[in-house]
Ligand binder design. Structure first.
Ligand code: NAD
Length: 412
């Protein structure tokens, strides 16, 4: 299977937006260069006393529109190029949704499944301590991503706070509620994916009630998206995780209960399918919500869904994208579809700064209004300029960052 580097994909998407917007060569240089890159060694003392070294990264791609913002990924394959690509995507995502942030990403090249809880804590605290000089509520605000969760954020917040000498909840988002987390953050990305799916169905003139959906990935994004989609009246017919997919289960809730108890998707009476087969199911909507490069030039031709909603970051390669567009598939791009997470992270940061916390209803309503505005902006630009939703989303996001650069000027 052809694998595309996530950085090559991200740069080619940026190039497209720069061309559509008619930006200058100078602007391309500014927009295609990450502002700050930090690579750190993260030593870990294992429970048995052995010491191992891991590579950690934090990339602040842009701080032009505000502090940088982006998740922390623990995955054995994460490297500097992918971290830069993901930080770049965060930059356009925050601008598209008009959040006062730049973009960042970080992570450690480690498989968290190989760590005990105390090893995970030591690794997280040491990584935090290594990147401490460049993070902070006014500088750069991490959040959970693949392989990390609220507990990791709690350790990061504590490590930062111990060094500051007082509690600094606003240094990370996605924290547990008792530490200054926001109601609705845990489901926010999935909720946003569901809103994007509903609006895409509307745009295509497909009935929302009973529309069929297949979801690749049953983690933080995939699971919560599935719950929200069912609540809106859609039918989730298949989901998958790293070990493969399943179809023919009675409800997402029933499947999740089984998954929680058994750590597998072998729901009694259901049928197992491969991740490949899931991508090719005859459904209204396909939601890749796992990792990058799921839909490539090798797999895009087999996609039978009418709409692809990108829950994951970078799940479609440029060649895959072209094939989907030629086949008339509407793609709701990652920077729009999965922006619910960073939108509610922004709400969490605002609440932490003000020490004033919102109700779940307020969070939901504000999330919905920001997402609907971004979706409407993208649909309008797509129609007016005759471009795909991805091109439109990138034009809006990249255009706002370019404008901010112009207005701030170049120092000195
Ligand atoms: P997660 O670790 O909670 O879940 C990942 C899921 O993908 C798991 O079910 C895992 O088994 C599955 N998976 C892993 N490798 C796979 C493979 N090769 N084939 C099929 N399934 C596979 O991660 P998450 O937070 O749900 O993130 C998923 C994607 O969404 C990532 O691309 C992430 O960057 C993006 N994202 C996450 C958030 C967030 O708030 N968590 C926000 C925006 C975007």
């Amino acid at each position: 299977m052809t694998k595309e580097s996530p950085l090559t994909t991200a740069l080619s998407q940026l190039q497209g937006a720069v061309d559509h917007l008619g930006l200058s060569e100078n602007e391309w240089h500014t927009l295609s260069t990450p502002r700050r890159i930090l690579q750190v060694a993260v030593p870990l003392r294992r429970d048995n006393g052995d010491v191992e070294m891991y590579k950690g990264y934090r990339v602040q791609y842009s701080t032009t529109r505000g502090p940088s913002k982006g998740g922390i990924r623990y995955h054995p394959d994460i490297d500097l190029d992918e971290t830069i690509a993901l930080a770049m995507l965060m930059t356009w995502k925050c601008a598209l949704t008009n959040l006062p942030y730049g973009g960042a990403k970080g992570g450690i090249a480690v498989d968290p499944a190989t760590l005990s809880a105390s090893e995970n804590e030591r690794l997280t605290r040491r990584y935090t301590s290594e990147i401490l000089p460049i993070i902070g509520p006014e500088r750069d605000i991490p959040a959970p991503d693949v392989g990390t969760d609220g507990q990791n954020m709690a350790w990061m917040m504590d490590t930062y706070s111990v060094n500051a000498g007082f509690s600094v909840p606003g240094v990370v988002t996605g924290k547990p509620i008792v530490l200054g987390g926001s109601l609705g953050r845990i489901s926010a990305t999935g909720d946003g994916v569901a809103i994007a799916t509903r609006e895409a169905l509307r745009s295509k003139g497909i009935d929302i009630e009973g529309a069929t959906v297949a979801i690749q990935g049953f983690g933080k994004v995939g699971y919560w998206a599935a719950i929200a989609l069912e609540a809106m009246g859609m039918k989730v017919v298949a989901v998958s995780d790293v070990n493969g997919g399943v179809t023919g289960f009675p409800s997402v809730d029933a499947l999740y209960q089984h998954f929680q108890a058994n750590k597998d998707l072998n729901f009694p009476g259901s049928e197992r399918i491969t991740n490949q087969e899931l991508l090719q199911l005859d459904v209204d909507v396909l939601i890749p919500a796992a990792l990058a490069d799921a839909i490539t030039e090798d797999t895009a031709g087999g996609v039978r869904a009418k709409i692809v909603v990108e829950g994951a970051n970078g799940p479609t390669t440029p060649q895959g994208d072209l094939i989907l567009a030629n086949n008339g598939v509407l793609v709701v791009p990652d920077i729009l579809a999965n922006s619910g997470g960073v939108i509610v992270s922004y709400f969490e940061w605002v609440q932490d700064k003000q020490n004033y916390f919102w109700s779940a209803q307020e969070v939901k309503e504000n999330l919905s209004s920001i997402m609907l505005k971004a979706l409407a902006d993208v649909e309008e630009t797509s129609t007016n300029r005759g471009v795909t939703w991805r091109e439109a989303a990138l034009m809006i996001g990249v255009g706002r960052v370019a404008e901010a650069h112009r207005l701030r000027g170049l120092y000195p």
